[in-house]
Design a protein around this ligand. Structure first.
Ligand code: AHR
Length: 323
């Protein structure tokens, strides 16, 4: 499942700045937001940024935390439809199973905007989707590893995101694409850590045990930074050095991974901006004000960060931003 690249958005911290120019246009609009939960630091930041973006625009944001359950999201969306909100934002926990409820929103003439994850459903069921190209994220991580190991043999273990979610599917695909044809690199184990720090640690402990203590593992690829931080702890507990004995590459660019990078315990991350709501609100405003139909896929930037990018400075710059 790959998003179509139609518009690249700067993902840096500049994009977190609120646009005063839009502040009045959405004043008084009621917008429902069905959030997945709080599985990661990145998710917490997305929630904070969405609330801040809504407040700056005078939007009455109805927030519903689904606690990782699709059934809760479906219930929340039905509730928003019943309330007659002006629009609905959804961060869909998994990719399938949305047709029925989104058809109900469409029949009620309520525009739906997808945030940060894709779905497998007809595109006319949502106005637009604001997300990264998750295949590209996986490819950027994989290309970094290919370059870092050169010709040396390298056994990789992979910590996947939530089963059935678009980032787990696409980040796996992109990473495998980058490794294709490189005979010195092999993914020897791959399991879900559900995007959480605790599961990342637990699964990594299992990998280390199964691989004779970890001497056979050259790198861990985690579909998000929180699982990487959990894996780093597991590697240290096993008496190995994360960042050198076992390379660590992941996705999100949350403050804690920069802290680990500054300590020499993480090697690379791919940035995912938590500001999906800003472009979503801009698209809704242009749609309502001028009838401008937005691009179906609004794609955010996927920038690689390594220890060469002032990790301590990146930590300092991000730590107060809601992660
Ligand atoms: O959908 C985005 C992913 O969801 C983030 O990379 C991860 O941290 C979160 O749980």
């Amino acid at each position: 499942m790959k998003g179509i690249k139609t518009l690249a958005l700067g993902a840096g911290l500049g994009s977190l700045l609120l646009s005063a120019a839009w502040a009045e246009g959405l004043e008084g609009k009621v917008i429902g937001f069905s959030q997945i939960g709080s599985e990661s630091g990145w998710r917490a930041a997305e929630t904070s940024v969405t609330k801040a973006e809504a407040a700056a625009r005078g939007i009455d944001l109805k927030f519903a935390d689904a606690q990782q359950k699709q059934e809760n999201q479906i219930k929340a969306i039905r509730g928003f439809v019943a309330q007659g909100v002006d629009a609905i934002l959804v961060a869909p926990v998994v990719a399938t199973g949305w047709e029925e409820v989104l058809t109900e929103a469409k029949e009620a003439n309520i525009p739906v905007v997808l945030l940060d994850r894709g779905i497998e459903a007809p595109e006319d069921l949502y106005l637009t989707s604001v997300a990264s190209d998750q295949v590209v994220e996986g490819r950027v991580a994989g290309e970094w590893l290919v370059e870092a190991v050169g010709d040396k043999p390298c056994n990789v273990v992979e910590l996947q995101g939530t089963v059935g979610s678009s980032p787990a599917i696409n980040r796996k695909q992109g990473f495998e694409e980058a490794l294709a044809g490189k005979d010195n690199l092999a993914i020897i184990r791959s399991q879900t850590g559900d995007f959480t720090r605790s599961k990342g640690k637990e699964v990594m402990e299992g990998f280390l045990k199964a691989e004779g203590g970890g001497g056979n593992i050259c790198a861990v690829y985690a579909h998000n930074d929180d699982m990487a931080v959990g894996a780093i702890q597991a590697i240290k507990d096993a008496g190995l050095k994360p960042g050198s004995d076992i390379l660590v590459v992941s996705i999100d660019a949350v403050p804690d991974i920069f802290s680990a990078m500054a300590a020499g315990e993480a090697n690379a991350t791919v940035e995912l901006t938590p500001n999906m709501a800003g472009p979503a609100f801009d698209a809704l405003q242009a749609y309502w004000d001028a009838g401008t139909v937005p691009a179906k896929f609004i794609i955010t930037e996927s920038k690689l960060y390594t220890p060469a990018d002032d990790p301590q400075g990146e930590y300092e710059r991000r730590k107060g931003l809601g992660y």
